[in-house]
Design a protein around this ligand. Structure first.
Ligand SMILES: NC(=O)c1ccc[n+]([C@@H]2O[C@H](COP(=O)([O-])OP(=O)(O)OC[C@H]3O[C@@H](n4cnc5c(N)ncnc54)[C@H](O)[C@@H]3O)[C@@H](O)[C@H]2O)c1
Length: 367
């Protein structure tokens, strides 16, 4: 027995990624499943309708037919226009970030849909479906932060590496996980002075020993505030999986920064770890508050769709196939569900399943 897998085009602002490449679609088709792709879904990442047809997929112009599949896989969380496609016999697999998305959470609960989130799926190494995009977002944060410091872009006119006789820019990275490590590495590559902040002392110890950072700082509010006040660029990447992002920097601390300094809060997809951060889009990525330039785009990797789609598809495909197997066997949503999907199920049959998402919405129904 097999199922139909739907791959709708992304509908978030300027989002050009696609969750499955044509070769990944082909792998699913070889396993006996049917794959429906919305026409144009891969265009932004350089994969044409013809590529998907060659892979054996059905390319459809009717988006409702694509959402009519048994299992829909997408990159970003569904947008308002897609809520009407939710139904109780549909399974969804995508980034959801529910702790920061109360309206989406309510719509998923109301529909009775079963929804699995990429970002909470856990294995012994961590968060395998978040990591590839965190890696890309971290690299991008260093690039975006450096260019935002240019006076042409509204920044203070500070060059990351400084110059002979002029000290380099000071960069503070909050959360030294996958995104934070890549951001710090990018900033170090530009010869900035980089301080890494985390609650995890073991993680800081490893950086300390390896000499990959100029300084490490345990995440204690007053001490972090001293670094933030002196910083030219603060990059937020702190995460407690599934939960609203921990608040690491207060509004007063942002207000203490020099005018033209820059904040890039990657953790904005989970609500933000810097008090003055609010979600922005790739169309309008920045705003100024307390004289500080803020870049808080919720889909940073969406601007590197070719690399990001290949990386995401490679990570997602094996899990998607296990989920498809579980749907065929009737194990999906039961205690016999594949361990490969551990931590991913967030919503099922009108109830919240993931403990951290439950904690974010104590008033909703919990499984
Ligand atoms: N905006 C975007 O486009 C985009 C893209 C990818 C990832 N992200 C987000 O970036 C964030 C980081 O993701 P990741 O994969 O690097 O996570 P991760 O789990 O690898 O790392 C998170 C780190 O934060 C640390 N942390 C937790 N609480 C902290 C606190 N109070 N102070 C300092 N550090 C703390 C953890 O110890 C861990 O080292 C997530 O919110 C993720 O969703 C955003």
């Amino acid at each position: 027995m097999a199922i139909t897998i739907g791959l709708p085009a992304e509908s978030k602002d300027r989002e050009r990624r696609v969750a499955l490449t044509p070769s990944a679609a082909h792998t699913a088709i070889e396993r006996g499943h049917a794959v429906r792709v919305e026409s144009g879904a891969g265009d932004g990442a350089g994969f044409s309708d013809a590529d998907y047809k060659t892979a054996g997929a059905d390319v459809l112009t009717d988006v409702a037919e694509v959402w009519g599949a048994d299992l829909v896989v997408n990159v970003k969380e569904p947008q308002h226009s897609e809520f009407p496609y939710f139904r109780s016999d549909l399974t969804l697999f995508a980034y959801l970030h529910l702790a920061a998305e109360p309206e989406l959470t309510a719509a998923l609960l109301e529909s009775g849909i079963r929804a699995y989130a990429f970002e909470t799926l856990t294995d012994r190494h961590g968060l395998p479906l978040l990591a590839p995009m965190s890696e890309i977002a971290g690299r991008a944060a260093a690039i975006v932060g450096a260019s935002s410091l240019s006076s042409a872009n509204g920044g203070s006119g500070t060059l990351m590496g400084g110059a002979a006789g002029v000290p380099p820019a000071k960069v503070v990275v909050l959360g030294m996980g996958v995104a934070g490590r890549m951001a710090a590495r990018g900033a170090k590559g530009l010869d900035a002075h980089v301080t890494g902040v985390d609650v995890d002392l073991q993680r800081l110890y490893e950086h300390h020993l390896a000499g990959t950072l100029d300084a490490t700082q345990v995440s204690e509010p007053a001490l972090v505030g001293e670094h933030v006040r002196e910083a030219d660029l603060v990059i937020g990447a702190a995460l407690v999986p599934g939960a609203r992002a921990p608040m690491v920097v207060s509004e007063e601390q942002v207000a203490s920064m020099r005018p033209g300094s820059v904040v890039v809060d990657l953790a904005i997809d989970q609500g933000g770890c810097i008090a003055t951060a609010r979600p922005t889009s790739l169309s309008e990525p920045t705003y100024i508050e307390h004289g500080v330039l803020h870049y808080c785009v919720t889909n940073v990797p969406g601007q590197f769709p070719r690399t990001a789609s290949k990386a995401l598809s490679a990570a997602v495909t094996p899990k998607l196939l296990r989920l498809a197997d579980d749907l065929v066997s009737g194990k999906a949503g039961t205690d016999d569900e594949s361990p490969v999907l551990a931590g991913a199920r967030n919503v099922d049959g009108g109830a919240l399943v993931h403990p951290a998402v439950q904690a974010a919405f104590p008033e909703e129904r919990h499984a």
